[in-house]
Structures are given as C-alpha cells and as structure tokens.
Write a protein that binds this ligand. Structure first.
Ligand code: SAM
Ligand code: SF4
Length: 479
C-alpha cells in the first residue's frame, strides 16, 4: 500500500534554525482510495510520537469505513492531532481551526475533531472555546473513536480524554502510514513519569507504560516483510523501557529490546528516540556497539548546561553527570557517534552566567545537531505553579539566537570532519531541489545528497562525502 502520510517539511538541507522550526513539523494523510464510504483527513503536529499515533488512528478509522485523503475539501471528517509542548504549537492549531471553519461553512456536515495533547490538556473547554470542534479525543482514547464518531453522527458533541495506565495499542496493526516506504516509526512505550518542571507531557500523555516486547518484534518483522529498511523505536524516555510477561518468566529492558530488534534482520537499520541522560546505561551503549545495524546516533537532550537550572527543571541529573554520559558515549562508541540535543533558553531565573554554561556544554559535546527553543510556560506544570517566568522575551530570544549560532558552528565542524570518508546511506527520497539527486541519511542521521545514477529509494549506497553545508553532506556514490 502507498504511504498515507506526507511530510510537508521533508528534512533536507536543514540548518539548525530550520531544524528548530521543524521540531514542529506537520504531516497530512495521503489518498488510500479503497472505495470506502467516507473520507478522513488528518493533520498531525509536533513530535514523532504524534505521527505514529496518527497511523494508529487511521488504522482504527480504516476499519470503520474511512479512506484517508490528502485534500481537506474531499474529507467527511477532519482530525487535527495536536501538540501542547509550547504555546506557539497550540496557537498554530487554533489558527488552523479558524481556517477549517471556511470548509465547514461550505460543507456543514463536516466533522472536526481535535486529538492528542491539546485535547487532553483542554478537555471539554475546547468545545466551548472553539465552536467548530465536534470531537475531543485524548491520546489514550483512540479505540473509542468509532463510538465517538457515531455520537457525532447522531448530532451530539463527543469527548473522551480518559488516560490509561495500560493502553499501548500493542494489538493494533498500524496501516503503515510512513511517508517514504523505507523507514517506519514503532512506538515502544507511552506516557512519561519524569515530571520535568517545564513539561506538559506527563499531564497530556499520562503514566509511562511499556509495550509488550513480542508485539514490537512482530511489528518489526512485518515491516521487514513489507520491504522497510529502517525502524525508529519511539518513546519519551526509551531507556526506561521495561516490560515483563504476566507470568513473570520474561523481563526485557531497553538494551535487550534493542538487541531483539537488531536481530530481526541484519539489513534493517535500527534507530531510537529519545534517550534520557539520567537513564542511558553502558549496557545500551555496548549493545549499540555490538550490532552494525544499530545506528551510531543518540539524541540525548541536555536542556541546559547549568546544574542549578537543571535542578530547577527537575531533570534529576547535573552537568557533571551529563558530561560523564557523553564521555561514556565517546569512549564506547567513538568520536564518530552522532549526538544531538534539545536546549531551552531563558528558563525561570536563568542568569547570563548560567546561559554561558549552556554554551560551554555545547562546546564540550560538539553536538551534530540540536532542537533549540526558548522557554514557554505551560499551565499546570511544576514550573508554572512554583517558579516565576521572569526572563524577558527579548532576553530569551537573544540567548536562543546565541545557542543557535553556536550550534551552527558545531554542526559545520562535525560535518567537515567526515569530508573524504565513505558513508553508507539509506536512500529515502529524491533531493528536494532536483530529481537528478537522491537524499538519504547516514548512520549518524545526517542528510546526504548525491547524484542519482542508477540508485533508487530504499537502496543502501556507499557515498564518498566531498562537500558539506551546516545541515547537509554532499557526495558521489562509489561502487
Ligand atoms: N522526552 C524528551 C526528553 O526528555 O528529552 C523530550 C520530549 S519534548 C516533546 C521535546 C522537547 O521540547 C524537550 O526536550 C524540550 O527541549 C522542549 N520543551 C518541552 N517543554 C518546553 C517548554 N515548556 N518550553 C520550551 N521548550 C520545551
Ligand atoms: Fe517531558 Fe521530561 Fe518526560 Fe521528556 S522526560 S517528556 S521533557 S517530562
């Protein structure tokens, strides 16, 4: 089956600024055209977890008689799968609802649903605040969609925002909604128990729970049969993955899960996100080292380089601990291993000196890549309740610009480091600028562009890297 989700912002030639913006990508469904009676259009915002959830939602709706469409004007039902992580993400959705009103006026029977984190955060009040919304569904309630849709069909508004301690959608076989037919997301856990003080996720996605390891391996085996070449295991904190069978005879931690997935097929690339600095173990690092097909790339968000700020953020590690984990990555996996981060500028009470600590941590690690944000207070979080959001917006933005500038320097240095090397690239698409060039990623998750020759999507190609920009490597295929 063709892919059902289109990436509107294909990550090609990204600079760190673009990457920062792309942390809030949008994806829309594509046409399925299997002759089902009604059409569903989903727009997904925010993190990879949401894109993966939209695949589950599409799968549930497909069984209920909905094809998906890429054209909102052809839709009978429109879902926005939303993100609450920053105020701007919510504002984007509200603006989009304003635009969708135009379609609803032309087609009054159009059903409009808000799904995901914003639904969970605002619950029923969303129905009052946004009159065009018919349906509000939290991330643990997607199985209930058929009932909710029939309530709406019967002329009512419908809400289900119940969070669950068990739901992992393990038995739902996602219609594969990936954008390129080469790489797929596999959700291995849901929720988060970490309570970082700035973060709304524990409130919108509920308690952490790990998915049955057998169902994960099975899903990956299915993907391999369908020709997929890469999986990304997803969770807010993959290192705390922990599953045990009900009879207590089996227990699987993240390192063991990684190994099981790597063993599914030697040609399947395995990625994972996100690692938490407090939980990433040497056992995980040695497992990455042991298997060629586990990518040497770790997304290890620091958030800040200052121990006092990290404590206020309730990250439960300090600067030294973080540096120790980076040192472990370097000593076990070597200088080549890609490391990326998330950084927040202008958190409550952050001083100029503390901001300088973030820059100096960046100098120490030399990240390949980073998602960078200024602090946005979120209602209900620990920080909103206990700390004053006292850094002026201009200061937050200026510090963010400094962080982005520093990251540009480091991305360029890290890219220059590989000039003259041959890298194995998994081809994902044509380059955005020309169909004569292909675009893929290397082990370290860097985008590599090279002339197409006879190669095609899904091929592994050895590419000699001969040029680079801040966001991209360029090269020539070598046989
Ligand atoms: N679970 C991941 C972790 O702990 O690293 C990250 C999840 S969150 C969806 C992605 C990133 O958004 C965070 O790492 C953080 O940098 C950023 N973020 C979260 N809350 C934020 C806020 N209130 N203001 C600005 N950035 C925020
Ligand atoms: Fe949010 Fe922290 Fe959980 Fe990441 S680990 S989702 S930042 S609470």
């Amino acid at each position: 089956m063709d892919s059902l989700v289109t990436d509107l912002d294909f990550i090609d030639n990204r600079t760190p600024e673009q990457a920062s913006a792309a942390a809030c990508d949008t994806k829309v469904t594509q046409e399925t055209n299997t002759g089902r009676a009604r059409k569903l259009y989903i727009e997904s915002y925010g993190c990879q977890m949401n894109f993966s959830d939209s695949e589950i939602v599409s799968s549930i709706m497909f069984k209920e008689g909905f094809d998906t469409t890429s054209q909102i004007e052809h839709a009978d039902v429109v879902f926005l799968n939303t993100c609450s992580i920053r105020e701007k993400a919510e504002q984007t959705v509200r603006n989009r609802l304003g635009q969708i009103n135009y379609f609803k006026k032309k087609k009054p029977g159009l059903v409009v649903g808000v799904l995901g984190c914003m639904a969970e955060r605002l619950k029923k009040s969303l129905l009052e605040e946004e009159k065009i919304v018919d349906l509000v569904v939290g991330p643990d309630a997607y199985r209930d969609l058929p009932n909710l849709i029939s309530e709406v069909d019967g002329g009512q508004k419908a809400v289900n925002v119940l969070l669950s301690r068990e739901e992992t959608y393990a038995d739902i076989n996602p219609i594969r909604l990936n954008s390129n037919g080469v790489s797929a997301f596999v959700s291995i856990m849901r929720g988060c128990d970490n309570m970082c003080s700035f973060c709304v996720v524990p409130f919108t996605r509920g308690r952490e729970r790990s998915r049955d390891a057998h169902s994960i391996v099975q899903e990956v085996q299915e993907l391999v049969k369908q020709g997929y070449k890469e999986v990304t295991l997803l969770g807010q904190n993959v290192d705390s993955y922990k599953w045990a069978s009900e009879d207590g005879t089996e227990a699987v931690n993240f390192a063991q899960l990684l190994e099981k997935v790597a063993l599914v097929h030697p040609d399947l690339r395995v990625r994972f996100s996100t690692s938490h600095p407090k939980d990433i173990t040497d056992e995980v690092l040695y497992t990455i080292k042991k298997y060629d097909n586990i990518c040497k790339y770790i997304h290890l968000p620091a958030q800040s380089g200052n121990s006092r700020v990290l404590e206020l953020m309730n990250r439960t590690y300090d600067r030294d601990w973080y540096i120790n984990r980076v040192d472990a990555i370097r000593s076990i996996l070597g200088e080549d291993c890609g490391i990326s981060s998330d950084m927040i500028s202008g958190f409550c009470t952050e001083t100029e000196e503390e901001h300088q600590d973030t820059l100096s941590l960046m100098d120490y690690v030399q990240y390949d890549y980073a998602y960078m944000f200024f602090y946005s207070e979120r209602p209900g979080t620990l920080a909103a309740r206990k700390l004053e959001d006292d850094i002026p917006l201009e200061t937050k933005k200026r510090r963010l610009a400094e962080i982005i500038d520093r990251q540009r320097e480091h991305s360029l240095i890290r890219n220059q480091m590989v000039l003259g090397q041959v890298h194995k690239v998994l081809v994902e698409n044509f380059s955005k600028k020309s169909d004569e060039f292909l675009s893929g990623r290397n082990d370290q998750n860097k985008v590599v562009i090279f002339p197409k020759k006879h190669y095609k999507k899904g091929d592994y190609v050895n590419v000699l890297v001969n040029d680079c920009s801040v966001g991209t490597l360029f090269g020539e295929a070598v046989d």
